[in-house]
Design a protein around this ligand. Structure first.
Ligand code: SF4
Length: 374
């Protein structure tokens, strides 16, 4: 065994001890196809208003464009497969469905410390330079994870693993060390199209391509303005993210058998009622979602989502709570409240329209009172 092979074996063992479920290594220049793919997606505008994607495109195309000394990238995965079927909650219209990844502590925080520890070991043993990434940096982890043999990018563009299905958090260590690389994983979707077929908003223009502007995971989390009307009905009760394409993947069935359950969601975030959520104030919101990625979108965007879900709930008992939000200081929240009221109780909305329109200063909210619902 060469010294580099010994080092790699030690890193692999340490990664497992730290709780990583998957480990693989790719050359930093393993995916020369990425700059073109990225450019095509940006030219098509699929990134929506995530301007940072266009701004960092040159660096994102290749690890070596970001850091010329990079030679290898170590990819690590942590399994977060849910205990129960996340699609079951979509039928409970008076509850809010929060995406599985957000029911835990923020995974950036969980993984970053472990990655740093592993990177520290590599730096000490090899004197190579190291940099650590968890989803926040301009590094395209999914195609690199495919190159490192962790799985393949499925037709829904998310990484699919033979062991863990679609439920892997990814992290990466970029290094100037030349490490022995793993074999890339071959794409194993076959003729399956389940993830494309289930998407409630037809966000996949073609297999392996995602138009974020139509994706509920993007619209409910990244998008800052009002939810475009055509997507409000399809949102159903999804108030943070969307798991449909992940949850339906047949490869998930192997996940529950093999996983060691390193990351569990907080059960109390699985069954929150829309009635309690729409009454949250800023302090209550921060307390409830302390440590969860949900907190990052802020109360205004969160209430926007909750009110859309209420508008889809057919639960008339929620009307008085919606009316309280018609006076919210945030125009984003007021606009969503108007839509929810008009969907749930059109006659009551017609009674209130004149009085509220007379004092409404925001044009978009004015339009919510009068325009077609969808
Ligand atoms: Fe591939 Fe089917 Fe899984 Fe989609 S649902 S990623 S097509 S195996």
């Amino acid at each position: 065994m060469t010294s580099t092979e010994k080092l790699t074996a030690e890193l692999r063992g340490r990664a497992a001890a730290l709780g990583f479920d998957s480990f693989g290594i790719a050359a930093a220049d393993a995916r020369p196809d990425l700059p073109d793919k990225l450019r095509q997606a940006l030219d098509a505008g699929w990134h929506g208003d995530m301007d940072w994607m266009a701004e960092t495109a040159q660096r994102r195309g290749s690890p070596r464009a970001m850091w010329p000394d990079a030679r290898s990238v170590i990819l690590l995965g942590v399994n977060y497969g849910p205990e129960t079927d996340p699609l079951a909650l979509l039928g409970e219209k008076s509850h809010g469905a929060i995406s599985v990844y957000a029911r835990n502590r923020d995974y950036h925080e969980i993984i970053k410390g472990k990655l740093k520890e592993l990177a520290g070991l590599l730096a000490r043993r090899s004197s190579a330079e190291v940099k650590v990434f968890v989803d926040t940096a301009p590094l395209m982890e999914k195609p690199l994870a495919e190159a490192a043999g962790l799985g393949w990018q499925g037709k829904h563009t998310v990484l699919v693993s033979r062991e863990f299905g679609s439920w892997l958090f990814l992290g990466a260590i970029l290094t100037s060390a030349e490490l022995p690389v793993d074999k890339p994983h071959k794409v194993s979707c076959g003729s399956c199209t389940k993830c494309l077929d289930i998407c409630p908003t037809a966000a996949f223009p073609a297999p392996y391509q995602l138009d974020s502007r139509r994706c509920l995971a993007y619209l409910t989390v990244e998008h800052k303005g009002p939810i475009p009307k055509e997507f409000r009905g399809p949102m159903g009760n999804r108030i943070y993210g969307c798991d449909d394409c992940l949850a339906v993947c047949p490869w998930n069935k192997f996940a529950s058998a093999s996983r060691e359950l390193k990351l569990r969601g907080r059960p109390e975030l699985e069954r929150l009622t829309l009635a309690e959520l729409v009454q949250l104030d800023d302090v209550g919101f921060r307390e409830l979602f302390a440590g969860s990625p949900v907190k990052r979108i802020g109360l205004g965007r969160f209430l926007r989502n909750v009110l859309i879900a209420i508008g889809n709930s057919q639960n008339h008992a929620l009307v008085p709570l919606v009316e309280q939000r018609l006076r919210d200081e945030s125009a984003l929240v007021r606009g969503a409240a108007v839509w929810a009221l008009r969907r749930l109780a059109p006659e009551r909305a017609a009674q209130l329209r004149l009085a509220f329109s007379a004092v409404e200063s925001d044009e978009a909210v004015q339009a919510e009172w009068t325009e077609e619902l969808a």
